[in-house]
Write a new protein. Structure first.
Length: 222
């Protein structure tokens, strides 16, 4: 499916879509370029200077937006949060692959980003823009980011800076599960395996606020 057709399809589902840059603009800070074009996620507030998203939920408008001009080759940004109707758990490659390999039902839609991380789509619960979820046991960061109000993800078939495409492992036809249900499964697998918490797949620290153990996550998770 083309980017344009995908954007229209997402809008038909009632999702908020926005045209994300197809290339890495030289004027954007490195962190913002990575958010937009690498892992494919980031808080919208960080990108205002170089990308003014104009989200829409109208399929006809989405079709026109990607019909010509610079937007024709743009990726599809999906906004996250309560108004957008979804949130995303952004998960390190090893952990995401391990959870998918178990083949357990009820995970909902899952996409793999251009840099190999996994996006687990979940029902909205009022999470903040970008929360780093604490791990179990010793309580260090897990490497999982919870993207809610004011954030976005690049959706398939958008391409990242590396040229790789975002792709579905489980499409949006799967119902959106509870974020806490998916988070519990992720943390169970993380606690059972030799995974490296707190790092992205290229070894860089994840630049997001850490919630200390004991502070409630949205919906009462800890």
């Amino acid at each position: 499916m083309t980017t344009k057709a995908s954007a229209v399809s997402y809008a038909e589902r009632g999702l908020l879509v926005a045209a994300a840059p197809a290339g890495a603009p030289a004027g954007l800070p490195k962190a913002v370029r990575k958010a937009l074009l690498g892992c494919g996620c980031g808080p919208l507030g960080c990108a205002v200077a170089g990308w003014a998203p104009a989200p829409c939920v109208d399929p006809l408008r989405a079709s026109r937006l990607w019909r010509g001009g610079p937007e024709a080759g743009a990726g599809v940004g999906l906004l996250t949060g309560m108004d957008a109707g979804l949130e995303v758990l952004d998960v390190p490659q090893a952990l995401g692959a391990a959870v998918l390999a178990l083949g357990r039902p009820g995970l909902g839609p899952v996409a793999e980003t251009a840099c190999g991380r996994f996006h687990f789509y979940v029902a909205p619960s009022g999470a903040g823009p970008c929360i780093t979820v604490p791990g179990r046991g010793a309580g260090g960061p897990s490497g999982i980011r919870w993207l809610g109000d004011g954030s976005f993800v690049l959706a398939p078939p958008s391409r990242g800076a590396s040229g790789g495409a975002v792709r579905w492992h489980r499409t949006l036809d799967a119902p959106l599960p509870s974020a806490l249900r998916v988070l519990d499964r992720l943390r169970d697998v993380e606690a059972a395996g030799p995974l490296t918490p707190g790092k992205s797949d290229n070894g860089a620290s994840i630049p997001a606020p850490v919630i200390p153990i004991g502070i409630a996550l949205p919906g009462g998770a800890r």
